[in-house]
Design a protein around this ligand. Sequence first.
Ligand code: R1P
Ligand code: GUN
Length: 304
Amino acid sequence: MVASDMLHSNNNTHVPPPDHPVINPKNYDDLLTVVSAIRAQVDVPLEAEIGIICGSGLGVIGDQVENPIVIPYSKIPGFPVTNVPGHKGNLLFGTIAGKKVVCMQGRFHPYEHQMNTALCALPVRVMHQFGIKTMIVSNAAGGINKNFQYGDLMLIKDHIFLPGLAGHSPLIGLKDPRYGRLFTSLHDAYNKDLRNLAIAVANAKKMRLFEGVFVMSGGPQYESPAEVNMFKTVGADALGMSTCHEVIVARQCGITCLGFSLITNIANLNVENSVEVSHAEVLETAKEAGERASSFVCDIIANM
Ligand SMILES: O=P(O)(O)O[C@H]1O[C@H](CO)[C@@H](O)[C@H]1O
Ligand SMILES: Nc1nc2[nH]cnc2c(=O)[nH]1
């Protein structure tokens, strides 16, 4: 195992202080407690119109936030420990291109938290409480589409949420009517107008940009060649271990979503090929492509 693949090797590892209240991610009043605890930490009103989630190695997007107010996840009750390298573990409030944003510099993956997708998507509900109407979500993903190269960006036009299909929806068990519609529609989960805007931005920057279907598997193991072939057969273009549960919660909240994958590795379709994937490789590609991804996000926000 490569050192940077190891959980617990992240300097930002934290243990929540014992004085934090216990938070149930499916209790609406607990959500309001989390939001109050964040507000209590700063003496300025916090609000945002756009939420951003940085994928593995893509924390550099958060570095574009101007005049940031930085709240470490360790100071937020209910936010679990984040141990995955490449995820800093800060909630940032500030501006990008003059627009108020809140940015998750690091996310929670279901494989880290017993597949508790409601817990992992709790920060989306928190960002909604701070006013976001739009969310830009990013991830590092393995490319299946034969046209993809390392470092390509793929706009997500639709998704296949395997854990959700297997009973791990973040909406299961929500009873409070304040959450909104339990039977959330995903007909426009990755908003067409925002995708068109992103395509126009990419064209103006002369950037390679693809559109495709993202599949979320449970992880944390990468896919076997047979699994990659199965996903290809059902129409997937890229593979990851995040994002879908966040977008579903966002759609329940009425947030308009734009999602993209950074292709950090090429998924292996041939069992005879000995191609090892590692999180170190994922982070290395993200490091090389991170500036391009963050400039893309900033230009999209500037044109919203
Ligand atoms: O989805 P993000 O957070 O970008 O991370 C991706 O990269 C990691 C695997 O290398 C997994 O956590 C996968 O989900
Ligand atoms: N599931 C999955 N997640 C990834 N994240 C980055 N690369 C990959 C990959 O190949 N598969």
